[in-house]
Design a protein around this ligand. Structure first.
Ligand code: SF4
Length: 356
């Protein structure tokens, strides 16, 4: 008997790949489109629910593939309405996703890796190290198996992992979410964050129209290198220079249309730490670094993690920083803190203990 979990997944396949599956099984090519509709538009949870395929075709399909949907193993609800989920992955690991509802939006923060190898000193995921890559099916499962799926308006890749360290899977998931054969979302509803993985960033800018968020946190290179080892491999000054030189208005090679800069939002995430990066000198360093770039800066409150020397900056300092940046031409916002009581806030995700 076959172990069901080792079968390849249908979820995560592009339309072209699903058409290939259909042809390989002796089914007409248009069955590939039907498969995409069942998987991505109708969100079935079992191959047997694909009722416009013959019973025989469904049985043969189920003998060769698994659908790739796995319900959450655990759910935590914060007093502020934020909900954290623990999802199983194809490789037998677990990852966390966080649903953040507001009056106007339902945002899901998804993970792209089990753990992370970037080693940011202030992050629980960084302490975990990299344990496994997620497949596109694992990424999509966090979205499609979300009980609040019908309330979703936005997806942000800001959970566990560095998305550009698992770029193929992330690009594939973004394609399926934004393609007419998939969920047909506008790319403006998706934001992918990075510490500044330059090769990945360049490829992502060329192959996707989704928003990009750079995890800045320190704008003085020596300080950034001290707390974020990735600075040594990908200096933030070079990342920003690359963004300044990038032609956001280039022509789309296929359509000849313009891939307008207004389409894609570029933001910089900045966790504000007490006495480490919250002074006027630090505000000045942000202004100097980002001058001339069409972007926004999100200031994020820090949440203490166990055995850590980092502390949150007082709100008054964060407001001063926001006002200073705005006065100097950088659109800046204070981001609200959500889900701290269930360890769902920024930098608090970890599945290390869940592996026991
Ligand atoms: S902050 Fe992001 S990039 Fe840094 S260790 Fe945590 S998950 Fe990885």
């Amino acid at each position: 008997m076959k172990n069901h979990d080792v079968l390849p997944t249908l979820s995560g396949m592009t339309l072209q790949e699903l058409q290939g599956v259909a042809l390989d099984m002796g089914l007409p090519k248009f069955t590939g489109k039907q498969l995409a509709q069942w998987l991505y538009a109708k969100q079935v949870t079992a191959i047997d629910e694909m009722t416009n395929l013959s019973k025989e075709a469904r049985t043969r399909l189920a003998g060769k593939f698994q659908l790739g949907r796995r319900p959450a193993l655990r759910r935590w609800v914060s007093r502020d309405g934020t909900v954290k989920y623990l999802f199983p992955t194809q490789s037998g690991h677990q990852v966390e996703s966080v649903f953040i509802p507001t009056e106007e939006r339902g945002t899901l923060c998804v993970s792209s890796q089990v753990g992370c190898r970037m080693g940011c000193q202030f992050c629980m995921t960084g302490r975990q190290g990299l344990q496994a890559q997620l497949t596109a099916a694992d990424i999509l499962n966090q979205i499609y198996s979300l009980p609040e799926f019908s309330r979703l308006t936005n997806v942000v890749f800001m959970g566990q992992g560095e998305p550009f360290d698992n770029l193929d899977a992330v690009l594939r998931a973004c394609e399926i979410l934004t393609s007419p054969y998939g969920l047909a979302w506008s790319p403006k509803r998706i934001t992918v964050s990075t510490v500044g993985h330059q090769k990945g960033l360049r490829r992502f800018l060329n192959e996707s129209q989704c928003n990009v968020a750079i995890s800045l946190h320190f704008a003085i290179p020596e300080e950034r290198a001290q707390w974020m080892p990735a600075q040594k491999a990908w200096p933030i000054e070079k990342t920003v220079q690359m963004l300044k030189e990038y032609d956001f208005c280039r022509e789309d090679e296929e359509t000849g249309g313009h891939l307008g800069a207004k389409q894609r939002r570029l933001s910089f995430e900045y966790i504000v730490f007490k006495d480490l990066n919250d002074s006027r000198k630090h505000s000045d360093s942000i202004v100097r670094l980002l001058q001339g770039l069409d972007c926004r800066v999100n200031l994020i409150p820090f949440h203490s993690i166990p055995d850590s020397p980092f502390r949150a900056a007082p709100e008054v300092k964060m407001k001063m920083m926001r006002d200073y940046l705005t006065q100097h031409g950088l659109f800046s916002m204070l981001r609200a803190s959500r889900g701290e009581d269930i360890m769902a806030a920024c930098g608090l995700l970890s599945t290390l203990e869940d592996k026991a």
